[in-house]
Write a protein that binds this ligand. Sequence first.
Ligand code: UDX
Length: 451
Amino acid sequence: MLVTVIGTGHIGVTHAVCMAELGHDVLAMDVDEAMIAKVARGEVPFFEPGLEPILRKNLRDGRIRFTTSYREAADFGNVHFLCVGTPQTVGGAADLSYICAALRGLAAHLKSRCLIVGRSTVPVGTARMLLARARDLAPAGERVDLAWNPEFLREGFAVHDSLQPDRLVFGVTCDSATRTLEQVYAKLLQRDVPGLFIDLETAELIKMSANAFLATRISFINAMAEVCDAVGADVTQLVRALSHDERIGGRYLSPGLGFGGSCLPKDIRAFQAKATSLGLGSVVDLLRSVDAINMARRATVMDLATRALGGSLAGQRVAVLGVAFKPDSDDVRDSPALDICGRLELAGATVSVHDPAAMPNAAQVHPHLRYAQSVSEAAEGAHLVMHLTEWPDYQAIDPVALGKVVASRVLIDARCALDMPVWQAASWTVHVLGRQRAARTALGRQLADPA
Ligand code: UDX
């Protein structure tokens, strides 16, 4: 099929490349000329393991091309995917200006029957509004249809999540849209990926509620971590026990510094704004609590750091391990770890940062921090080491060797991911969110290794 993809950010490039990989002829379009020039050369402009080789292969095979022209995009495809960002406005609601601009740019050139398919995360009601606008603007009028097919991609796993999705969701208004989407996704649907064909509103809401649910799980376990610290319990053991319950499972229950990134925080705020406009007070309260618990983790970590250093951070040297919003990503958008770096600096600490991938992006936001090329360079002379993003590399740190370069062996593991007894055995004072009592006693060792 002839498929266009409007928007070549993380979601758009991934979708365009995966559509080509599924056998379609793809034209991807963006108004950003530099971005288009880069991807057209076979370079992925962000960190996404596995994507670049598939882009290059499909460029070589002539299955994918790039353009900055809406006219060319409109003339090329009979299915047009909208993969444009919906950032957060100052008030928290979703900013629909980019998606509206993309729709206007495309619709003005649509002369024949076609299907526009939205992939962006939008408040309920957006798709129906865009459908009416498209029909108003397009020369093809009523022959333009619109469907909603939300993406559920995680950064770092975007290729896997595109080619092996848990499910496909399609909001449609007519049978012909269903048939077109069945053709577009035939290879996945034939592999028994569940495909749900539903109304536009439910499709939009599924994406919002999926992200809200994931955020709620994380905030729930972080609330439990607070309770654990208040009563002397151990959150990692709590999670282990909860995970064995098949009704609960173990995913999105890693306690720590909380969630960040370009999606979960903004999406729960956009959802809150929508719920407020609908007068749904209890939904607003739920989402506000999820957000508040999440943000409170940052204050808790700062308190812990201040107490660990005897009441003041001023003049102290702090080594921060990890600034990406999550491991296997170079993204620092709404990164809890980078937020902590800014707070430490504001409190008068000298902050030395290490991250395997995110330092260039972090340096654009916080140019004054020190950026180290290795963990030991970051930790040189530090009074406190803070583990803020759980890159697998950090689990391989030798605490004995690191202990030789720091000024004091004090560690905060804000991601509950390091092997506490091993660090304690190397004479480190260890603070772990949700495991404060275990960290203070030898219980840590027994709990981690019951045998
Ligand atoms: C998320 C959704 O998972 C995806 O479906 C959606 O399309 C976009 O938003 P992403 O932002 O890439 O994807 O990150 P994800 O892996 O979901 O993690 C989000 C944040 O939650 C990260 O900051 C991560 O560190 C944090 N997190 C995740 C936890 O704190 N605990 C967990 O158990 C899981």
